[in-house]
Design a protein around this ligand. Structure first.
Ligand code: ATP
Ligand code: MG
Length: 509
């Protein structure tokens, strides 16, 4: 039974948004949207990239001072024009861009109780030792272990995300909004989050849940609203067949997600990695990739996938180990060296590492260093740069298709498309991609897989992904990493999802 509907509860609360509308110059991001959150229910909000989901979230959390329409709590109109307004109405959010709400120079413990500092609840402002102790205890209580002393800017993305979720949980939340909360969590971590969501439901929290992973929606939701081009196009008071959701989202029926793989022969080894080590995160990784081959590296978050790619790309300095390109040992001191050799990386943390937010998409696609490089080699002229950007943007179906728009004004999924699109029209020898479809809608995902397959005809491609289905769907060969080491390797034809998961989780070794 959907909780709380027939038997009224003590803590019942209802949040209603009515006729919500938000425009930006040239875009109607949200158009006459009604939405309702009720205690003890999970309301899933789905829609393609750019449909307006995050805009709605931002209205409900007081991010915008100006919007049209009205929000009510228990029938009373409330003013949500600043984050403080939302906070004092018991509305908490985990934004899609986690870094918005963290202070990077402070520790995990300090970030956990930021609000207490800001509002000056003197009782909760405590000395640092007590603060650490309290943080450890609180995190243990909700089952979210995190290094309480670590500075936030040293945390990997998934830990930042965990921190923000934990913080929302520790406050006395009435309505919790989760915008793509599992985008950088692994399967097992996502499982823990679902348990928490269940727990919060039982404690009468009303939840708005946004995800591009529709299987999750099926698992957690009590009701579903579908947005398309800023409008509500469907609402279900239950979870319908996923095909029905996709059809409403994309206005077209679903096709096969992964490209069909014809059996083909691979060329020579292009990239070879030997004994790569870095701190206690990468503990001696070896592998090689041939021309024409897609190697998928999967594993839980924190297994060392991101670090491995960064070591090859020169974004981290290996403690030991060698990288060979076409049989030649490389000296890569910084990413620029890698790029010169034709080794490209699309990073995981796009806002921080992948994009210059206040520059147009065009410049982000053909980044300044790429420009400089190509000029010295005489490869790309100014007009070619524009063409290059447009071609890449079209390939990933950037929405809106406007390469002169600043990166920060694109939706989360479209920012990801800019990062992925950057290398697609180049001719990489080695393309390294870290979680390339994180937060990307199912229609655009299919396009990206198709493009990766095309690129792989003449390149060696390495994809790090914590989605095992993606690894099996796109990889010719799959490696599983766990705790900084490769623990399993399998050909796509023999890959079995359950088996891969057991290795990733350490059930098998
Ligand atoms: N600050 C802004 N300035 C201009 N346009 C914006 C701004 N914020 C959002 N938009 C536009 O509003 C529309 C809705 O964006 P929104 O971020 O709400 O989409 P979304 O559904 O969250 O997508 P995603 O799945 O990619 O996260 C998009 O066309 C986006 O480009
Ligand atoms: Mg969004």
């Amino acid at each position: 039974m959907g909780a709380g509907q027939t038997c009224p509860r003590f803590n019942m609360a209802v949040l209603q948004g009515k006729s919500l509308r938000k425009t930006f110059p040239g875009v109607v991001a949200l158009d006459d949207v009604d939405i309702q959150l009720s205690s003890g229910r999970v309301h899933a909000l789905v829609g393609a990239n750019g449909a307006g989901k995050s805009t709605l979230v931002k209205i409900l959390t007081g991010y915008y001072e100006h919007y049209e329409g009205q929000v009510f709590i228990d029938g009373r109109p409330v003013s949500l024009r600043s984050p403080m307004n939302a906070f004092s109405n018991g509305i908490e959010v985990v934004h899609q861009e986690v870094d918005i709400e963290l202070v990077p120079s402070l520790t995990v413990a300090e970030n956990l109780y930021l609000e207490a500092f800001a509002t000056g609840h003197s009782g909760t402002v405590v000395r640092s030792r007590q603060l650490r102790k309290k943080a450890s205890e609180d995190l243990a209580r909700i089952g979210f272990p995190l290094p309480v002393d670590a500075k936030v800017d040293e945390l990997p993305l998934h830990e930042k995300q965990r921190l923000v979720i934990a913080r929302a949980l520790l406050r006395n939340v009435k309505f919790l909004i989760l915008d793509e909360p599992t985008a950088s969590l692994s399967l097992l971590e996502a499982d823990k989050l679902f348990d928490l969501v269940e727990d919060l439901k039982n404690r009468d929290v009303g939840i708005l849940y946004i995800s591009q992973r529709l299987d999750e929606v099926a698992r957690v939701a009590d009701e579903v609203t579908v947005l398309r081009n800023g409008k509500v196009v469907a609402h279900f008071d239950f979870v319908p067949q996923l095909e029905e959701i996709v059809e409403a989202m994309l206005d077209s029926p679903q096709e096969e997600l992964f490209p069909k793989k014809e059996k083909r022969d691979f060329g020579d080894v292009v990239l070879k990695v030997e004994g790569l080590k870095w701190r206690n995160r990468v503990k001696g990784v070896d592998f090689s990739v041939r021309r024409g081959e897609i190697l998928a590296i999967t594993g839980l978050t924190g297994a060392g996938k991101t670090e491995t790619l960064k070591l090859i790309f020169g974004a981290l300095k290996p403690d030991s180990g060698e990288v060979f390109l076409e049989g030649r040992k490389l000296k890569i001191r910084e990413p620029f060296d890698a790029i010169k050799m034709g080794i490209y990386l699309t990073p995981e943390e796009r806002r921080k590492e992948g994009l210059i937010l206040d520059k147009p998409a065009r410049e982000n696609i053909s980044l300044p260093f790429l420009k400089k490089l190509s000029r010295s080699l005489g490869v790309i002229s100014k007009t070619q740069e524009v063409q290059y950007a447009k071609r890449s943007a079209e390939k990933v179906r950037l929405t809106p298709m406007d390469v002169e728009r600043q990166a920060q004004y694109f939706s989360g999924g479209n920012q990801q498309k800019i990062v992925v699109g950057r290398w697609l029209s180049g001719n990489p020898k080695v393309l390294l991609m870290d979680e390339p479809t994180q937060g990307v809608d199912i229609g655009a995902k299919r396009e990206i897989y198709q493009l990766i397959t095309e690129i792989a005809r003449n390149s060696a491609v390495v994809i790090a992904t914590s989605e095992i289905n993606e690894a099996v769907g796109i990889g010719d060969r799959i490696l599983v990493m766990r705790d900084g080491k490769v623990v399993y390797e399998v050909d796509r034809s023999e890959a079995n999802t359950q088996e891969l998961l057991s290795y990733a989780a350490g059930v098998k070794s």
